[in-house]
Design a protein around this ligand. Structure first.
Ligand code: SAH
Ligand code: SF4
Length: 354
């Protein structure tokens, strides 16, 4: 339900539209207007009978997402700050030509989308959780981030990562509904293998996702290779510890016949020791997982730091020496606070302080 108390038209699946509009080909006409011609109102759906247009407008909302700010980075990463219909703020980051990130080497434009306003999980390095959780995004609000960015840039997005603000698996149903629209030929039409969900490690939902038919990819935010270190960084580890989490990862890998990725933010003196690297290598090896190392990005109000370039390289070298596939991500968009949650926080605080 939206602020108006109605369901939004872009939260519906094709079969749901078919049961609403007869004859059933009307549903395909509606999805063509929404996702192919990309109109902004029911009135523009000119091949639908007027009574149907009026009925749709009476029964469903047609929300827009408003671009508040776009920040360009020197490395061509762009960050979008959006305002939702209830005035809450969310962010998306667009990273062009990032072959080393996710998916196949031909991938061009990647969008990092948000799934919640704020986040309840309170990881110690992350700006998204600093002000707590406000609400879940609805499917149309997730789909609209992609459509707004495509419209603004005049180019299609090839790759989607659910790595913006929020914990996607804590908003499981809406995220899956959005993915179905993003993936469907009648919707945005992006292949499941070009869609990655990133999670802080919600074990029951990882297992549920493993049983879901969509071949979407999974990235797991590890950020610590022992319970002691991980619990210090991520409170969620006290609920689902490492062995429970790795067991769920194994289940996902074997069910989906798919490799997962471990995300690991390198934080100086916190999780960047040789011992952590060796433990991490073992865990990744056992699951044939890839590792994506991300140097910590400074967040206002937090006093952690990124390790020196030499330390980062040594950590990477230990992983590679153990035969694990690992990359060290050059942190993109550092100058525009591209780690998700940072821009919203800056803006909200600026508004509060004004
Ligand atoms: N909640 C999910 C989805 C992404 S969380 C999860 O935890 O996996 C936000 C992502 O932004 C992190 O995984 C990380 O890749 C990035 N991020 C957040 N804060 C960061 C920081 N201080 N430095 C570097 N990356 C950060
Ligand atoms: Fe939430 Fe992910 Fe940030 Fe943790 S890292 S606080 S789970 S958004």
């Amino acid at each position: 339900m939206t602020a108006s108390g109605k369901c939004d038209i872009k939260s519906l699946q094709l079969d749901e539209l078919q049961s609403l509009a007869q004859p059933s080909y009307r549903a395909r006409q509606i999805t063509d207007w929404l996702y192919k011609k990309r109109v902004n109102s029911f009135a523009e759906m000119t091949d639908l009978p007027q009574v149907l247009r009026t009925k749709l407008a009476d029964d469903f909302s047609f929300e827009k997402i408003e671009i508040m700010r776009i920040l360009g980075s020197t490395d061509t990463t762009r960050k979008f700050l959006f305002r939702l219909s209830d005035r809450n703020l969310i962010e998306s980051v667009v990273i062009p030509a990032s072959p080393a990130l996710y998916g196949s080497p031909s991938d061009r434009r990647t969008i990092c989308v948000s799934t919640q306003v704020g986040c309840a999980y309170g990881c110690k390095f992350c700006a998204s959780g600093l002000d707590g959780w406000k609400r879940n995004l609805r499917p149309n609000e997730i789909v609209n981030q992609i459509m707004a960015v495509e419209k603004e840039g005049g180019e299609r997005i090839d790759n989607i990562v659910f790595m913006g603000m929020g914990e996607p698996l804590a908003n499981y149903d809406n995220v899956i509904r959005a993915i179905q629209i993003i993936n469907a030929p009648w919707g945005i039409g992006i292949g499941a293998r070009h869609i990655t969900i990133s999670t802080s490690g919600l074990v029951p939902e990882i297992r549920k996702l493993a049983e879901q038919p969509l071949q979407i990819r999974l990235a797991v935010s590890l950020h610590g290779a022992s319970d002691e270190v991980r619990s210090q960084i991520m409170p969620v580890n006290r609920k689902y510890n490492l062995s429970t989490l790795l067991e769920a990862c194994r289940y996902f890998t074997s069910r989906k016949k798919q490799r997962i990725t471990f995300e690991y933010i390198l934080i100086a003196e916190v999780n960047d020791s040789d011992e952590q690297a060796r433990k991490l290598a073992k865990q990744a090896h056992a699951l044939d997982a890839k590792i994506n190392l991300i140097p910590y990005n400074n967040v206002e109000g937090l006093d952690w730091a990124r390790p020196s370039p030499n330390r980062q390289k040594r950590f990477l070298a230990i992983l590679r020496a153990a035969g694990v596939r690992a990359t060290l991500r050059r942190e993109k968009g550092d100058d525009i606070a591209a780690a998700c949650g940072q821009l919203r926080l800056q803006t909200e605080r600026a508004v509060i302080n004004a």
